[in-house]
Design a protein around this ligand. Structure first.
Ligand code: HEC
Length: 286
């Protein structure tokens, strides 16, 4: 452990985590997003040398033969197919004013999902895909909807299906506000929360591959590639932010609000970590 880490007085931290936290907090090594990405992806490559990045994007199933088999059985008739169909119809149905969702999005929304969340220069904020759809509704005089589930998650299922196979390409433009949003997401990722003081990073980084209450823990890198996801537990589609909420509440913490700056920044950082890995959304999970 480096001297810097002893100074932080965090005995639970591994030296890698410490180095990352130190770089993030002390301002000594101002690593940018690209350097972070290299460090994070290299970390998981070294830790799980037999797993490809695609394996990582299959999440916990890459750590359990038995569950992987069950999952592959489900994938023969993927439950998200219905959501893709419904989402396509909703996406193409005009608003009361005659405009469509496509009018608000680049390329009419087709083949762009793998570039979300995006930093929006006009507002200086990060927008996730479901948030962009909601903003489009508001701009066209329609009432906003949940960004966790329902119509917007189904539309996101359709839009991500048009990006399937494309590498996740989240960009942090050279703009202080974009960098600040990325850093905020990173801070949230590494922040301990709730009575048990768990950070995302404890489970999906330090303990990745290990089991917790019968569940293998997936790796942070690769997690964002298959959302929205149909979860048997939900019986429907849910967005990444819905999953974040679940993880926050499972540890007894109060979850951040959907489509809040914090959630969007967390999704920005978290999805950026999967840059370069092919999108395989929508997904399905137990
Ligand atoms: C106490 C441990 C714990 C903490 C802390 C935790 N999670 Fe999880 N998380 C789990 C478990 C268990 C699962 C289900 C198994 C899996 O896929 O890893 C899960 C699943 C996920 C998934 C779905 C992965 C997939 O392939 O579908 C995402 C995304 C996720 N967590 C993100 C987060 C984020 C972001 C945070 C911090 C806000 C967080 N988690 C905090 C335990 C945790």
């Amino acid at each position: 452990m480096t001297r810097a880490c002893r100074h932080l007085h965090l005995p639970l931290l591994t030296s890698l985590a410490c180095a990352l936290l130190f770089a993030a907090s002390a301002g000594v090594t101002r690593a940018g997003p690209q350097e972070d990405l290299q460090i994070y992806q290299d970390f998981f490559k070294k830790r799980f040398p037999t797993l490809s990045v695609e394996d990582l994007s299959n999440g916990a199933y890459s750590f359990s033969e038995d569950k992987k088999k069950q999952w592959l059985d489900i994938m023969e008739f993927p439950p998200y197919e219905v959501a893709i169909e419904e989402g396509k119809t909703l996406f193409e149905t005009p608003f009361a004013n005659g405009k469509t969702y496509g009018s608000c999005l680049d390329q009419g929304g087709i083949g762009i999902a793998h570039t979300y969340p995006r930093f929006d220069k006009a507002t200086g904020k990060v927008v996730a895909l479901a948030g962009a759809l909601n903003a489009c509704r508001a701009a066209n005089g329609e009432k906003t909807l949940s960004t966790f589930k329902g119509d917007l998650a189904n539309i996101a299922a359709y839009l991500t299906s048009t990006s399937r196979g494309k590498p996740i390409t989240v960009t942090v433009p050279d703009d202080p506000k974009a960098l600040a949003a990325y850093e905020d997401g990173k801070r949230i990722y590494f922040t301990r929360r709730g009575p048990r003081e768990f950070a995302c990073y404890h489970c999906h980084w330090v303990a990745a591959g290990a089991r917790i209450r019968g569940n293998e823990l997936s790796t942070a890198v690769g997690q964002a590639t298959h959302f929205p996801t149909y979860r048997s537990k939900w019986g429907e589609m849910g967005t990444l932010q819905r999953r974040y909420k679940g993880c926050m509440e499972n540890t007894g913490a109060v979850a951040l609000k959907e489509n809040s700056d914090g959630m969007n920044n967390l999704e920005y950082f978290h999805t950026y970590m999967s840059n370069g890995i092919p999108m395989n959304a929508p997904g399905t999970r137990f």
